[in-house]
Write a protein that binds this ligand. Structure first.
Ligand SMILES: [Zn+2]
Length: 259
């Protein structure tokens, strides 16, 4: 039996995936992927995500402004976000990442404004966070994000930090980084957190699993990540697939007619 997986974070609307999107979706379906959460990066891309979702029931759209584009936060784009958001399963991807050139204060403003939209509309959030876990945790608490919860995408923090986000109602997403030869933290997360708090993602076309290093990533390869999690926990791939898929459905409150 094929595992029933959900890719909780992939950029099917972006190149190089969009050019062959039909192929990549079929390839993923053949590997057992039932649904794809496609997060927004910039307002200019929201229409494309909406179109992809309108054509494919398995595409679960999310809308948001990525921290690298925080400079485009303004009233007009926040109004547009509210319009698109009601068509989506979540607000995202949003967050903080000091590795980008965008000033952190601007990133924080964009992040807080979008969290307020999410809490207002009762939508979960997809969080992008690197090297700013304490700050993001503080902001999530101050903005009452525990009312909506969400997913910590491609989480790269410690087990202790993961537990802080879990307490706020977040699932921890394991990416292809867990398959890398130099993986340390993702392995700890995959081994030590309760399975009911884990979800899986590819972040395709980025974060290619070890076996395919050098190629751009694609949603079908989520099976590499699922297999690695199964190995480190000593359980079956089917159990990993079933439970992480249930987790995505619970956190994103799917089954409200959208999926
Ligand atoms: Zn992403």
């Amino acid at each position: 039996m094929k595992p029933a997986l959900i890719d909780s974070h992939c950029h099917l609307d972006q190149e190089p995936l969009i050019s062959g999107v039909r192929h990549f979706m079929q390839e993923a379906a053949a590997a057992g992927v039932q649904a794809f959460v496609v997060p927004g990066l910039h307002p200019d891309g929201w229409r494309g995500i909406a179109a992809l979702a309108a054509e494919n029931r398995s595409v679960l759209p999310a809308y948001g402004i990525h921290p690298m584009h925080a400079g485009c936060i303004n009233d007009e784009n926040l109004d547009r976000l509210r319009e698109f958001a009601i068509l989506g399963v979540a607000i995202g991807e949003i967050g903080l990442d000091p590795a980008y050139q965008v000033p952190l204060i601007l990133q924080e403003t964009a992040f807080r404004e979008q969290l307020r939209v999410a809490v207002n509309l009762g939508l979960p959030v997809l969080i992008h966070c690197r090297h700013a876990f304490n700050k993001v945790l503080t902001i999530l608490r101050e903005e009452s994000t525990n009312q909506v919860g969400g997913i910590m995408h491609a989480f790269s923090g410690s087990v202790e930090m993961a537990r802080e986000f879990i307490r706020l109602g977040f699932a921890i997403s394991i990416s292809g980084a867990v398959t890398w030869n130099n993986a340390v933290k993702p392995l700890h997360l995959a081994r030590e957190l309760l399975l009911e708090h884990l979800v899986l993602e590819t972040d395709a076309p980025d974060m290619t699993p070890e076996l395919y290093r050098g190629a751009f990533n694609r949603p079908a390869w989520i099976t590499e990540t699922a297999q690695r999690v199964a190995e480190v926990r000593g359980i079956s791939l089917e159990d990993v697939a079933r439970i992480t898929t249930d987790n995505v459905r619970r956190v994103l409150r799917l089954g409200r007619g959208s999926a």
